[in-house]
Write a protein that binds this ligand. Structure first.
Ligand SMILES: NC(=O)N[C@@H](CC(=O)O)C(=O)O
Ligand SMILES: [Zn+2]
Ligand SMILES: [Zn+2]
Length: 431
């Protein structure tokens, strides 16, 4: 196959149609009626061209739980979802808390070859919350780690969080916080939004305040240290309010929302289906509305999937005993189109911002999230804006089946993904 591709007539960021010539891994031409000599031609009339998506929050499960996902299968799911880069969370077994562990994840990502797999480093050794991991060594390693997170657990000790923020400042790093005060929402047991619904279902409550007190504390620690904090999977109107205030004060804070928190509510729990058991829990409709509004006005910077594959035997239990988490990579774009574009809350430039430009900037990833321009790396996603898709969990390339979108109809689909000019997905199919 030629290493030249001509994408003909795509609407660039949803604007005017143009041709895109991809050559030698970069965008070599952008204009009308570009010369197709020697190029593979992709007819893209009606499709929208966006910069390749960047996921700030993916669980790939390798090493340790290769029965649920591997770096290869997770990379494939990411490509199908329009991603060209993912940040692989550190809560593997063993934990990514050393330079060697981070380099192994990086190398397995390169070997898989579907997306750039950028390891996230743990903040504390073994995610135990006490002793800082080798942050500097991870940063200086070949893996160039910039994002640190104990995700799955909260860095709940304020002294440890303060020291982590001071440390990462030296190399422009960021701490991504899983905001859950374990004294208000105990790990493992708290599994349902605390309110009328938790009482009705008899499930242990996970109140919004358990998230909000950590967000409030962390923005103050970011101000105090002059360092940068990122809030993972914000789920409540109160967290959004705190972040909005912090940004207005010039505090260096960013945050993400998951696709599921943009649409699914506590109502899903009425059937006790553990597919909908997730951290933080699904919230009431008022929170969902506040999250959409905050994503539209820029208070929330990015959509991040928190793709959390789990093997059947970890999910198929009574609700209280099942694992936390749901799949997200393959459906994220469709959920964003359905909740944000169809509703008029975001235009396509806005979609590029929340799925690509902002997450790339937050993660410090070179080569991703650029505007579509000559000379930029050819990381491009082509989207069919009006496709209607009925999600089938068995059509997934992920190894796991904990897919909350199964059987639902969503609007918008990824048509093709290009990683440095090479098609990883074409007509929705993995290449
Ligand atoms: N989101 C989840 O419910 N689970 C995540 C951990 C996490 O993101 O907190 C997992 O690793 O399974
Ligand atoms: Zn988390
Ligand atoms: Zn997570």
């Amino acid at each position: 196959m030629s290493d030249k591709t001509l994408i003909r007539g795509a609407r660039i960021l949803g604007g005017e149609p143009a041709d895109l010539l991809l050559a030698d891994g970069a965008i070599a031409g952008l204009g009308t009626d570009l010369d197709a000599t020697g190029a593979v031609v992709v007819e893209a009339a009606g499709l929208v061209a966006l910069p390749g998506f960047v996921d700030l929050h993916t669980h790939l499960r390798q090493p340790g739980r290769e029965d649920a996902e591997t770096i290869l299968t997770g990379s494939q799911a990411a490509a199908v979802g329009g991603y060209t880069a993912v940040l692989a969370m550190a809560n593997t077994n063993p934990v990514t808390d050393t330079a060697e562990a981070a380099e192994r994840v990086l190398d397995l990502g390169v070997a898989a070859g579907y997306v750039d797999v950028q390891p996230v480093g743990a903040v504390t050794k073994d995610l135990e919350g006490h002793e800082l991991a080798e942050l500097g060594l991870m940063a200086r390693s070949r893996a160039r780690v910039r994002v640190f997170s104990d995700d799955g657990k909260c860095v709940h000790d304020a002294r440890v969080m303060r020291r982590a923020l001071e440390y990462v400042k030296a190399f422009g790093g960021v701490v991504s916080q899983h905001a859950q005060d374990p004294s208000l929402a105990p790990y493992g047991s708290a599994c349902c939004h605390e309110g009328e619904i938790s009482g009705q279902l008899g499930l242990p409550g996970w109140p919004g305040i358990a998230e909000e007190v950590i967000v409030a504390r962390d923005v103050m620690l970011a101000r105090h240290t002059g360092s940068r904090v990122h809030v993972a999977h914000v789920s409540t109107a109160g967290s959004v309010e705190v972040v909005r205030w912090a940004k207005s004060q010039g505090i260096d804070v960013t945050c993400e929302v998951t696709p599921h928190h943009l649409i699914l509510t506590t109502d899903e729990l009425l059937g006790y289906d553990p597919t909908y058991k997730v951290n933080p829990p699904l919230r009431p409709a008022e929170d969902v509305q506040a999250l959409r509004a905050a994503l539209a006005d820029g208070t929330i910077d990015a959509v991040a999937t928190d793709h959390a594959p789990h093997a059947k035997h970890d999910k198929e239990h009574a609700f209280v005993d099942a694992a936390f988490g749901m799949l997200g990579l393959e459906t994220a774009l469709s959920v964003v189109v359905t909740t944000m574009v169809e509703t008029g809350l975001l235009d396509w430039a806005g979609v590029a911002r929340v799925l690509s430009t902002n997450p790339a900037r937050i993660a410090g990833l070179d080569g991703h999230g650029h505007e579509i321009a000559v000379g930029a790396p050819a990381n491009i996603t082509l989207v069919d804006p009006s496709a209607k898709v009925t999600v089938d969990r068995d059509a997934s390339v992920s190894l796991s089946r904990n897919n909350p979108w199964h059987g639902r109809e969503l609007t918008g689909a990824v048509h093709a993904t290009f990683l440095r000019g090479k098609a990883t997905v074409m007509e929705g199919k993995l290449q």
